[in-house]
Design a protein around this ligand. Structure first.
Ligand SMILES: [Fe+2]
Ligand SMILES: [Fe+2]
Length: 252
């Protein structure tokens, strides 16, 4: 199922929730279009390619795909890259830290001259008439990691931050944090690196005007109330290296 998060004056944001089937972890993919220029955020593995391609074609010509954007290097993020590089003229946008690793997903030479790398401090990415903001989200969870903020729709595409697992009714957003906590506490404690970086991230995000926070797994968060609750919660969550002790490092 596709959910149009925003559609006004030639600016469109669509979320896809059910393109991954089978044992693979449920993952969302996102399409952003501005004045016939388009980008796909975190297209996922091979299974999603044909359906995303068809969805893209129903909004715009696939030859207008400017970017495949990879928030980080995981297979649920960008394993389908080779197909997009063969099937379209897009460029691939990746964290600079992973730039040399990304060609492992494609046939030799396929990424030559087509990689846009994002430096650690983040960047603005021109798409049609807008500038998408690539926000640093390092160690949340990947060492080099970006989230994307769309200033028109006021959506934060938050990647693995806010991921909530084992949920249904994916198109129905959370409006209060307590409904999401049972589905995300364990994930964030294990995958997010430390309370320190979570708090830095929350401080940065607090400065933005956000209507939706849409993670790569599970349901979106809608409205300022739940987003503010989320930022308060994650700023204080002990996670990752905070929770590690010598007991976690013993020879088996
Ligand atoms: Fe990931
Ligand atoms: Fe993920």
């Amino acid at each position: 199922m596709a959910l149009e998060l925003y559609n006004k004056n030639g600016h469109i944001c669509v979320a896809f929730f059910d393109l991954v089937t089978g044992e693979a972890v449920q993952s969302n993919q996102f399409l952003i279009i501005d004045n016939n220029h388009s980008a796909i955020i975190d297209p996922g593995g091979e299974l999603t390619y044909s359906r995303l391609y068809m969805a893209l074609s129903s909004y715009t010509n696939a030859s207008n795909l400017d970017y495949i954007i990879a928030s980080h290097q995981d297979p649920d993020i960008v394993a389908s890259l080779n197909k997009w590089m063969v099937g379209t003229n897009c460029r691939v946008v990746v964290p600079e830290l992973w730039e040399r690793f990304i060609p492992h997903f494609t046939s030799p030479g396929r990424t030559k001259g087509r990689i846009v790398s994002i430096p650690d401090k983040g960047a603005k990415l021109k798409l049609g008439n807008i500038q998408l903001k690539a926000l640093p989200a390092h160690f949340l969870h990947a060492e080099g990691n970006f989230q994307f903020y769309d200033p028109i729709s006021k959506i934060l595409f938050s990647g693995d931050m806010g991921a909530n697992l084992g949920v249904s009714e994916l198109q129905e957003p959370y409006t209060q944090l307590k409904d999401a906590l049972p589905h995300m506490q364990g994930f964030h404690q294990r995958y997010m690196n430390s309370r320190k970086v979570c708090a830095y991230w929350a401080n940065m995000v607090n400065t933005l005007d956000i209507e939706w926070m849409v993670p790569q797994h599970g349901k979106p968060f809608k409205g300022k109330k739940v987003i503010s609750e989320f930022l308060g919660w994650i700023s204080k969550l002990e996670c990752g290296t905070d929770l590690m002790t010598q007991n976690d490092y013993r020879v088996p």
